[in-house]
Design a protein around this ligand. Structure first.
Ligand code: NOJ
Length: 596
């Protein structure tokens, strides 16, 4: 029995390697032919032709028939030796037809502008920038504890001082003005306002920081876009179970009530929770973010996710019932997701895997809020795998019919964070109790995609338009505010951040295509991030900022990178004007202001 199981696993593994091999062959042709093109085009080498090895799988000398170099698979068990084209044959055919690599439709830039009143914003988050971790009566958060635990954060960096924004309201508002943003997305640290997480003690000094920040923004004609929760739960609440304990729903509601009542008269844009996927999965499944739990990856993330959805819904209802009429703001949740394409676009099982990746990512949270209840894909797969493992019910908690109704529709817009795209393929993890095993997919990236300073982030603008269209189709065409998008670098400081300029131009242009050509209802765009800050478990090593922050200088000065002028030009033009229809004032360079 065991031997049989082992043999079948081995065969499955060999088949996977073969499939992976096919995708690798495509990457191989892509990169080698592209290098040959560069030699021809850029270096003047007289490259006259290219021959792909080989037309079909054949006898590969000492390796016999085990290694297949062919563009066509040959079935050596069949006396007729049938030839079947592989993915690489389709790919090579296309390269020959195009005689190289013309710009694809996806890659071409378009001209045009966004709607009037478009929200142009940038973002930061409390723990990543504020510092003042013990200032004026602030309570501890799970991130204070996590970052002070050795080896949890790269280089043992922490947010004790970070960008010292707690003491730098004026500097922060000044750089926002340079960018010319209409809005600023920032976060409130729950434990700065309510040190033990409950309203039993309100820390007025902490509240006053946010009140002063809001007023300074309004004075600069910048609208605050406030998020109530960005991962830094008060440690006192973690001590009683955190997001696993459903008492959190009421506690979050009380905290939100306080914030609406104290700041709401000056704030029109709200987000309840940032990136529930990361809270549930990264914090409670993989355990590489606070609170750092990883020993129940098949159950805890789903319980946490369930409570996050309920907490969001209750706060939306609170605002809707008690504050909206007077304060006249809008409120939603921010959901993050990668886009996913099949690793081999000619394989149905890869296409299915790509769909599952998206449904388990964006769909986990968006489906209950926009469509009602978890998606059938998640419910069915997790229930079947739970029962097959001998459990009596699904590891995915169920909403009652009343809860489904109460949660559905708790949005005023779709708050969306997006960074990258992956290529998916099916993986059978056996009976492992894990979110990844439920999803039943692995992911790779195309090795020709441009890198960033973060291992997980490849520059893939085309995926942005696709996932925006997915949101439109799947969730009933909601108004969308992109609440984060950006790129990182690491290593030596170079204020000439060409890759960021490239990133913003290409990604925002895809958003414009989604808006103008696909009628996706896009209302705003937010660049992550205003300044270099503590990138969670990777510390200060990955820098997402439009402004560089020198953390070894006690004054942590903000210095603009070259991409500041790119982004502020896009903002001034409200998009990408056609130079042929110019001149356009918004494209004229401005006299250099003084550096902050
Ligand atoms: C999303 C998170 O909201 C933010 O805190 C983080 O820094 C960026 N992604 C980049 O990883």
């Amino acid at each position: 029995m065991e031997i049989q199981k082992f043999t079948s696993l081995k065969i499955e593994w060999l088949q996977k390697q073969k499939q992976l091999g096919m995708t690798l062959t495509v990457f191989f042709y892509k990169t080698y032919i592209d290098e040959a093109l560069k030699a021809y085009d850029l270096d003047g080498v007289k490259v006259k032709g290219y021959m792909a090895t080989s037309l079909m799988d054949s006898f590969e000398w000492l390796n016999g028939y085990k290694v297949g170099f062919g563009l066509h698979h040959v079935d050596f068990n069949n006396p007729n030796r049938p030839r079947t084209p592989k993915y690489s044959a389709h790919y090579y055919y296309q390269v020959m037809k195009d005689n190289g690599f013309p710009l694809t439709e996806d890659e071409k830039m378009i001209y045009g502008h966004f709607r009037k009143e478009f929200i142009w914003s940038t973002a930061t988050a409390s723990y990543q920038i504020e510092g003042g971790w013990r200032a004026d009566g602030k309570g501890l958060s799970i991130w204070d504890k996590f970052a002070h635990t050795p080896l949890k954060v790269f280089n043992d960096d922490n947010g004790d001082i970070a960008c010292d924004s707690y003491n730098k309201i004026d500097e922060d508002v000044a750089i926002l003005k340079q960018l010319k943003v209409t809005h600023y997305r920032f976060f409130i640290s729950w434990s700065r306002v309510l040190p033990d997480g409950t309203t039993s003690h309100i820390n007025e000094a902490g509240l006053s920081y946010y009140d002063r920040l809001v007023k300074a923004l309004l004075a600069a004609n910048i609208q605050p876009h406030i998020t109530l929760y960005h991962w830094d739960l008060p440690q006192a609440l973690q001590d009683i179970g955190g997001w696993e304990n459903d008492d959190i729903v009421g506690k979050f509601r009380d905290y939100a009530d306080l914030i609406f009542s104290r700041l709401g008269h000056n704030v029109k844009h709200w987000i309840t929770i940032n990136e529930p996927y990361n809270i549930a999965m990264v914090g409670h499944g993989y355990g590489v973010a606070a609170p750092g739990i990883n020993f129940r990856p098949g159950t805890l993330p789903y319980i946490v996710g369930h409570n996050l959805i309920k907490a969001h819904a209750e706060v939306w209802h609170l605002y809707n019932d008690k504050y909206r009429a007077v304060q006249k703001g809008i409120i939603s949740i921010t959901i993050n997701s990668d886009w996913s394409e099949p690793r081999n676009p000619y394989k149905q099982e890869d296409i299915d895997a790509a769909r599952r990746v998206v449904q388990f990512y964006i769909g986990w949270f968006a489906h209950p809020i926009y469509n009602g209840d978890y998606s059938d894909v998640m419910k069915t797969i997790i229930r079947e795998r739970s029962l097959a493992a001998g459990l009596t019910k699904s590891r995915l908690p169920e909403f009652t019919p009343d809860e489904i109704k109460r949660i559905k529709g708790t949005y005023d817009y779709f708050g969306f964070n997006h960074y990258t795209t992956v290529l998916a393929f099916p993986v059978n993890f056996g009976d492992l109790s894990h979110y990844d095993a439920d999803r039943g997919a692995g992911t790779v990236v195309d090795r020709t995609w441009l890198d960033s300073g973060s291992g997980w982030l490849k520059i893939t603008p085309f995926g942005f338009r696709r996932i925006l269209n997915f949101i439109k189709e799947e969730y009933g065409n909601p108004p969308i505010i992109i609440t984060e998008n950006g790129v990182s670098e690491r290593g030596p400081i170079d204020l000439n951040d060409n890759h960021r300029t490239y990133h913003y131009e290409k990604y925002i242009n895809q958003v414009l295509k989604a808006y103008l050509q696909d009628n996706v209802d896009i209302r705003g765009y937010t660049a992550w991030s205003l300044m270099d800050n503590l990138e969670w478990a990777t510390g200060f090593s990955e820098r997402f900022g439009l402004f560089y922050v020198n953390h070894s200088d006690p004054n942590v000065p903000r210095v603009k990178k070259a991409s500041v002028s790119t982004y502020s030009t896009i903002i001034s033009c409200n998009g990408f004007p056609d130079p042929a229809s110019g001149p356009h004032d918004c494209l004229k360079p401005e006299p250099e202001g003084k550096l902050i």
